[in-house]
Write a protein that binds this ligand. Structure first.
Ligand SMILES: NC(=O)c1ccc[n+]([C@@H]2O[C@H](COP(=O)([O-])OP(=O)(O)OC[C@H]3O[C@@H](n4cnc5c(N)ncnc54)[C@H](OP(=O)(O)O)[C@@H]3O)[C@@H](O)[C@H]2O)c1
Length: 218
């Protein structure tokens, strides 16, 4: 099994890589800076996927061309200062990294994924994208960009029924983004995410699930 994971340098992405290696998968880990972790089944690809050159480097990479069974779009940003941003640049950046980039990567890699017997595309979304769950307000650019990711993924799932698409909320996780108060470790989150991915099949109802497999409201 060959899996490609973005945002693999730290946080949830790094733990997703480590769990995949434990399961004997071959991992194509995408990072902007050099990856410290070394492993015989780890292929580290340095590319800034949020720009066109990085995306081109990724999709034309020999190891990517060899085949991928699972794509995990994990890289993401949360910019808290969006209320002070009168030019809306934080919105542009959040939408670019959290919604447009996962869409472009998926589009580029779909022909390669479709050569797999059981192709899967996982988007790491968030419970904060849920309208029903939003009782606390704020986080305008983050919530809306991840909600856009959900809609993009729904359309991809309609247009490509031969691929299984998953939207997963990783929990509130202790990372640079989640902060030190978060109750879930990256290891527990990654473990749960992999269990959800294993159960994901094409043709299933499209839903937002958390890392424990619970369905979340839109
Ligand atoms: N932590 C939580 O509680 C939580 C909750 C819900 C959802 N999530 C989602 O889970 C995913 C991972 O979050 P995390 O908590 O592990 O965050 P994190 O520790 O801040 O790590 C984010 C990762 O994304 C990469 N990244 C950020 N901007 C990028 C860009 N422009 N281009 C390429 N890579 C970029 C980072 O790479 P660099 O090292 O190169 O910056 C890093 O590997 C995100 O999609 C996030 O929205 C997290």
């Amino acid at each position: 099994m060959r899996v490609l994971i973005t945002g693999a340098s730290r946080g949830i992405g790094k733990s997703l890589v480590e769990k995949a290696l434990e399961q004997n998968m071959t991992v194509l880990a995408i990072t902007r800076s050099e990856m410290a972790l070394k492993h015989p089944q780890l292929i580290s690809i340095q590319a800034d996927i949020s720009n066109p050159e990085g995306l081109k480097k990724l999709s034309s990479h020999l190891e990517v061309q060899k085949g991928i069974d699972i794509l995990i779009n994990n890289a993401g940003i949360l910019i808290k200062q969006d209320l002070d941003d009168i030019k809306g640049l934080t919105f542009a950046e959040s939408f670019h990294v959290n919604a447009t980039t996962p869409f472009l990567i998926t589009q580029q890699l779909l022909p390669i994924l479709k050569k797999s017997q059981n192709p899967k595309v996982i988007q790491i979304s968030t419970m904060m994208s849920s309208i029903q769950d939003n009782q606390s307000g704020g986080y305008y650019s983050y919530r809306s960009s991840k909600m856009a990711l959900n809609m993009i993924t729904k359309s991809l799932s309609v247009d490509h029924p031969d691929v299984a698409f998953g939207l997963i909320h990783p929990g509130w996780v202790k990372t640079e983004m989640g902060g030190p108060e978060a109750p879930v470790t990256t290891e527990a989150s990654a473990d749960g995410i992999w269990k959800v991915i294993q159960k994901l099949e094409k043709g299933q109802a499209f839903r937002l699930q958390d890392f424990r497999g619970r369905e979340l409201p839109w």
